[in-house]
Design a protein around this ligand. Structure first.
Ligand SMILES: Cc1cc2nc3c(=O)[nH]c(=O)nc-3n(C[C@H](O)[C@H](O)[C@H](O)COP(=O)(O)OP(=O)(O)OC[C@H]3O[C@@H](n4cnc5c(N)ncnc54)[C@H](O)[C@@H]3O)c2cc1C
Length: 459
C-alpha cells in the first residue's frame, strides 16, 4: 500500500465538560444525564438522527423487568430513571406499546415493549435538546487528541469541515469503540455474531399472518397491546418456520431470516431481521461494503419468500431498511472490570453497582437466578489505563454469554445514565479523572435520577 504524510492542520476548537461520542441507544441517555447534572455537553452522532440500533435493528426493548412470572416471584421494574421517563414520553405520543405481557414465552422476557422507530428518533432528540445538550448530527468522530492517559479532545468531520471538540470527560458510545481505539485503549475484535440489516415490511395482513402460524402450531410467542389506536391487538409475533414446512425453514435459514417481529401499525411488520456472518470483523471497511450488498440481496429474496409462502403477505413490500448494517459487537474494549456470565446468572451485585438488570438473551437456557437481577459495577465502564474515558453499550463485556445480557438495549440505556451521571458529577466537582469520583456521590446522583438499585449492597 502507498502512503502520504498528512500536513499539520489548524482547526477550530470548541470546549465542553462532557463529550459523548455516538448518539445511539446508550449515548442519548449518557448525554441527557450529564447535562442534567449541570455539565456542558456535546453529543456527536454520525447520522442525521439519534437512537442507534434501538431505532434500527432490534425488535422489543429487552427489558425493564425481571422474570417475575417464570419464577413465581414479584415482577418489578428494575430499570427506571431516564430510560423509563423516555418510554413514558414515547407512549404519550403513541410511539411505543407501553409495557405489555408476553404470551407463551414469558420465561424469556416478561415485558413486551415495541417501539415506533420514527417516533423514537424524534422524542429522543427532543429530550436531548430540552436538557441543553449540543447535539452535533451528521458529524463523525475521526480521531482523538491525547496526552499521557488523558483524552483531551476528539477530531470531528462534518460538512462544515474538521473541528476539535475538547472536553474533560469522554464517553465512547459509538458501539464500534471508535473513540477508544483512536485514544489508544486496548481492545479485541471477536467477530462472534452475524451482522444484520433489519427491514420494515409493508402491505402485510398481521392477523392473517398470526392465524397462519397459530393454525400450524408454529407460534413461539406473541403479545397484545395498542395498534393504530385500538387496544388488545397483536404487537409482537415469533414463529417457528420449521413447524410450517422444512422447505420454508431451509429457505429462511439460507438468508438468515428471523421470524421474530413487532408492529404498532396495521399492515406493517416493524422488524424482519436478515442476518449474515462476515468472515472478518465489521470494522473492515471493504468487507462491510460487501456485507451491505449481500444483506440487501437477501432482503429481496426474503420478501419474495414471504409473498409466496405466508397468507396475508401476498402484497408485501420493503417499506424501510436500516441505513447501515447493524452489529451486535465490533470492538470489545478492555475496562477495569469485566463481568462474567457466572456473575450474571448468579445475580451478583457489587459494592459499586450503577444499574440492576434482569434479562438474558439466551433465556430460558440462561436466566438470572430466581428471577432476580445482577448489578453492573462502575469499574466495568471505566476504560483501562485511561483517566477520563468511559465506555458503554455493546463494546464492553468480553465473555460472550455475559455479553448476551449486557448488550441489550435497556441495559445500554441504563449504562448511559450511569456514565453520563459520573461524567456530569466529575465536571461539577472539577475532578481530573473518573476514578476520583467517590462512589457515594455517584450512588446519590443515580438515586436522584430515579435509578433502581435492586439490591442495596452499598451502605
Ligand atoms: C439486529 C439486531 C437486533 C437486536 N435485537 C434486539 C432486541 O430485540 N432487543 C434488545 O434489547 N436488543 C437487541 N439488540 C441489541 C441492542 O440493540 C444493541 O446491543 C444496542 O442497541 C447497542 O447500543 P449501543 O449504544 O452500544 O450502540 P448503538 O445503538 O449502535 O449506538 C452507537 C451510535 O454511535 C454512532 N457512531 C458510531 N461510530 C461513530 C463515530 N465514529 N462518530 C460518530 N458517531 C458514531 C452510530 O451511528 C450510533 O448511533 C439487537 C442488535 C442487533 C444488531
Amino acid at each position: 500500500m502507498d502512503f502520504v504524510i498528512r500536513p499539520e492542520q489548524r482547526v477550530s476548537a470548541r470546549h465542553y465538560d462532557t463529550v459523548v461520542a455516538g448518539g445511539g441507544t446508550g449515548g442519548v441517555f449518557a448525554a441527557i444525564a450529564a447535562a442534567r447534572c449541570g455539565a456542558k455537553v456535546a453529543l456527536i452522532e454520525q447520522k442525521g438522527y439519534v437512537g442507534g440500533i434501538a431505532a434500527e435493528g432490534g425488535c422489543g426493548l429487552h427489558s425493564f423487568f425481571n422474570l417475575g412470572r417464570a419464577f413465581g416471584v414479584d415482577k418489578r421494574m428494575v430499570v427506571r430513571g431516564i430510560p423509563e421517563e423516555f418510554i413514558q414520553r414515547l407512549h404519550a405520543v403513541k410511539g411505543c406499546s407501553g409495557h405489555n405481557e408476553t404470551i407463551l414465552r414469558y420465561e424469556y422476557d416478561d415485558d413486551a415493549l415495541c417501539v415506533d422507530v420514527e417516533a423514537y428518533k424524534f422524542v429522543a432528540l427532543e429530550m436531548l435538546r430540552e436538557a441543553g445538550v449540543h447535539v452535533m448530527l451528521n458529524t463523525f468522530v475521526a480521531d482523538a487528541l491525547r496526552s499521557g492517559d488523558l483524552v483531551n479532545g476528539v477530531i470531528t468531520e462534518s460538512h462544515q469541515g474538521c473541528e476539535a471538540v475538547m472536553g474533560k470527560v469522554f464517553i465512547d458510545a459509538t458501539g464500534y469503540g471508535d473513540l477508544c481505539a483512536r485514544a489508544g485503549a486496548s481492545y479485541t475484535e471477536p467477530n462472534d455474531y452475524s451482522v444484520v440489516n433489519s427491514m420494515g415490511v409493508g402491505g402485510i395482513d398481521i392477523d392473517k399472518y398470526f392465524a397462519f402460524l397459530r393454525d400450524n402450531g408454529a407460534l413461539n410467542e406473541y403479545a397484545r397491546g395498542p395498534r393504530d389506536g385500538r387496544d388488545d391487538q397483536l404487537i409482537r409475533v415469533d414463529g417457528n418456520y420449521a413447524k410450517i414446512s422444512p422447505e420454508l425453514a431451509e429457505a429462511a435459514n439460507l438468508i438468515g431470516m428471523s421470524s421474530t417481529t413487532t408492529t404498532l401499525h396495521d399492515n406493517y411488520l416493524m422488524f424482519i431481521k436478515i442476518n449474515h456472518k462476515m468472515a472478518s470483523s465489521p470494522t473492515d471497511r471493504d468487507a462491510l461494503a460487501n456485507a451491505e450488498h449481500e444483506l440487501r440481496r437477501r432482503q429481496r429474496v426474503a420478501i419474495e419468500l414471504l409473498r409466496k409462502t405466508i397468507p396475508g403477505a401476498e402484497n408485501a413490500f420493503i417499506a424501510r431498511t436500516a441505513p447501515t448494517i447493524t452489529i451486535r459487537r465490533a470492538r470489545c474494549v478492555e475496562c477495569e472490570y469485566d463481568i462474567t456470565n457466572e456473575e450474571v446468572v448468579n445475580g451478583t451485585h457489587f459494592e459499586d453497582d450503577v444499574l440492576s438488570y434482569g434479562f438474558h438473551d439466551n433465556a430460558p437456557r440462561m436466566q438470572i437466578k430466581n428471577g432476580g437481577t445482577y448489578g453492573l459495577p462502575y469499574r466495568s465502564i471505566i476504560v483501562k489505563n485511561k483517566a477520563n474515558l468511559l465506555a458503554i453499550g455493546m463494546m464492553i463485556t468480553s465473555d460472550h454469554d455475559a455479553h448476551m445480557s449486557t448488550r441489550n438495549t435497556v441495559s445500554c440505556m441504563a449504562m448511559g445514565q450511569a456514565a453520563g451521571t459520573a461524567a456530569g458529577l466529575c465536571a461539577k466537582a472539577e475532578l481530573g479523572g473518573v476514578r476520583d469520583l467517590p462512589y457515594r456521590e455517584l450512588y446519590d446522583g443515580l438515586k436522584q435520577g430515579n435509578v433502581w438499585f435492586d439490591a442495596e449492597v452499598y451502605k
